[in-house]
Design a protein around this ligand. Sequence first.
Ligand SMILES: Nc1ncnc2c1ncn2[C@@H]1O[C@H](COP(=O)(O)OP(=O)(O)OP(=O)(O)O)[C@@H](O)[C@H]1O
Length: 325
Amino acid sequence: MIIVSNVSKTFKIPIAKEGRFKGIRTLFSREYRAVQAVRHLQMRIEPGEFVGYIGPNGAGKSTTIKMLSGILHPTSGEILIGGANPQRQREQVVRKLGVVFGQRTQLWWDLPVSDSFDILASMYKLDARTYNEQMRTLTGVLGLDEFIDTPVRKLSLGQRMRGDLAAALLHNPDILFLDEPTIGLDVVAKKQIRAYLKHLNTEWGKTILLTTHDIDDIEQLCSRVIVINHGQSIYDGSLDTLRDRIGLPSIMKIAFNGIIEPPAEEELASLPFTITERRDQILTITCNRNEVTAMTVLRHVSEWGDVQDVHMEEPDFEDVIHRIY
Ligand SMILES: Nc1ncnc2c1ncn2[C@@H]1O[C@H](COP(=O)(O)OP(=O)(O)OP(=O)(O)O)[C@@H](O)[C@H]1O
């Protein structure tokens, strides 16, 4: 289990000097300004959960992941990963954790991928049998064969990400922190990485905290989302509840056979939904699904003509995000 209790992180940044030798003078400056990257963060993640951690640029996501994995120290508050503190019990925590930073690789750039795995295996002190077994399993799932002897610098971004995922999983940790693992990937590679991540969670039971700017990642993978803005958690729950809470409309497209005869303006105004578009034989209807069911809408519109087809459209998740920010 991951427990984050009232964690804050403040960076001290030297105030930039003006005038001659400003670079050197800034370097030796004793004047600082404080940037509060994370404020009073509370979080509890149960084993086996797949949690999306989202927020605008500079919200504090990477800082949180770096604190969770022990790279940065919180200014205040406490973090426990499986009962251990990532700063004080680093080695114990590192064994439980795999971390992937999408923008940076932990593989050695000029070496074949297999050499990086050899180095990591010896860092984690894996015995030969465990290492070989784990490599076999990971090769099966992540298709490493295709590029195992290729130097990392020659890999496609999708292959590199598969290599990085394998590196993070080599010591078989229970928990994965993934910071933008799909960044820069093309549609096909994204789909593939998502399929792997789903497998790691549902088949292998890995607990995953995923940071992403890609809304499809969240929609397709995460049962829970935590939204952070200006270092503070502003939402923690399901994606559906998030949509409902900010009252995004449901959209229905209703196709008719033949003539459509909606009632007069006054009667339309009294209905619990609105017609937002009328094109040929199709009406677009918008309603708040907390206030009116699709069946009620259908009952009304079927009096206006011969309904041929109904199509429900989910509100766009990008809209959801913009509204909560
Ligand atoms: N090492 C650092 N020194 C000083 N300030 C930092 C440092 N790391 C992060 N910050 C600041 O802390 C705040 C949070 O940054 P962080 O990288 O955690 O955001 P993020 O949500 O991951 O953003 P993005 O989506 O752009 O990666 C920002 O204001 C950033 O400038």
